[in-house]
Design a protein around this ligand. Structure first.
Ligand SMILES: Nc1ncnc2c1ncn2[C@@H]1O[C@H](COP(=O)(O)OP(=O)(O)OP(=O)(O)O)[C@@H](O)[C@H]1O
Ligand SMILES: [Mg+2]
Length: 266
């Protein structure tokens, strides 16, 4: 069966004698080509879940299947983009992208690597910056290079952990729209699992939102607004406003649960 299948997944962090249950018996299915956003308050387990999908963390129990096969460690069909800028500071933009490609394509010549690197830098609007070092680029530009590096390996699955979290609001809008365009124009759409704190961002991007309460997925919320989507038309859309309210209330009740207080109902 194709897609990602998460089956009764639990993860316990062990530090010395201390044990901490970070994910508690999570099960869900993600279809091929779906854009999934994972939202939830800080510490609820979003990055842990992504770490398991990446293959850097091994489940304490349960398993993750990709196309019917259990994952063991990382794999070339998965690429990641994190919030922290993860480019090599001593390599320029195109060298960073080429480094990524080389990890999975050892058969390409230097010329083919260069051409592919350039093609993907062009896709993220950075062709003129290919010889710049990360230190000479803004945070937004560095994230574009990181996205180019992830896409250039042509992964089936793109895992993104608050990739725009450290970026100013205006640049963030540009990057969201760029990502949506790149995802939509792909003939064979990538499956994207995108962690964010930003409700508007989640609604703009997602086919389905997984809302995490601590340790588990408490709600799976389909986003049925038609594509292509853009911010301006979304704010005028009643479905958008209703969904936004629902998510705000979920967040609010989540916080209330921690600090005590009345529950709010829709
Ligand atoms: N290496 C670790 N050892 C022990 N506990 C950890 C470790 N990493 C995370 N945790 C704990 O696991 C829980 C989930 O952490 P995680 O980083 O997945 O949360 P998150 O939802 O990504 O939070 P944020 O929104 O702040 O990034 C937290 O309570 C955190 O303190
Ligand atoms: Mg996190």
């Amino acid at each position: 069966m194709s897609g990602i299948e998460i089956q009764e997944l639990s993860l316990v962090y062990k530090t010395g004698r201390e044990k901490f249950l970070a994910l508690d018996n999570i099960s869900t299915r993600i279809e091929d080509g779906e854009f999934i956003c994972v939202v939830g308050s800080s510490g609820c387990g979003k990055s842990t879940l992504l770490g398991v999908l990446e293959g850097l963390m091994t489940p304490s129990s349960g398993r993750v299947l990709i196309d019917g096969k259990p994952i063991h460690g990382t794999g070339p069909e998965r690429a990641v983009v994190f919030q922290q800028y993860t480019l090599f500071p001593w390599m320029n933009a195109i060298q960073n992208v080429i480094f990524g490609i080389k990890q999975v394509r050892r058969d390409l010549s230097a010329k083919q690597l260069e051409d592919t690197g350039m093609e993907f830098l062009q896709k993220v609007g950075l062709k003129d910056f290919m010889y710049k070092l990360p230190g000479e680029m803004s945070g937004g530009m560095q994230q574009r290079v990181a996205i180019a590096r992830a896409l250039a390996v042509n992964p089936k699955i793109l895992l993104m952990d608050e990739p725009f979290g450290a970026i100013d609001a205006k640049t963030r809008l540009t990057l969201q729209e760029m990502l949506l365009k790149l995802w939509a124009e792909d003939e064979k759409k990538k499956t994207v699992v995108f962690v964010t704190h930003d409700i508007d961002e989640a609604i703009l991007l997602a086919d389905k939102i997984l809302f995490m309460a601590p340790k588990r997925i408490s709600h799976e919320i389909p986003v049925t607004m038609p594509r292509p989507r853009d911010r301006d038309s979304m704010y005028d859309n009643k479905k958008f406003r209703d969904l936004r309210n629902k998510l705000v209330i979920l967040f609010y009740n989540e916080v209330k649960e921690h600090i005590g207080g009345e529950e709010v109902f829709l």
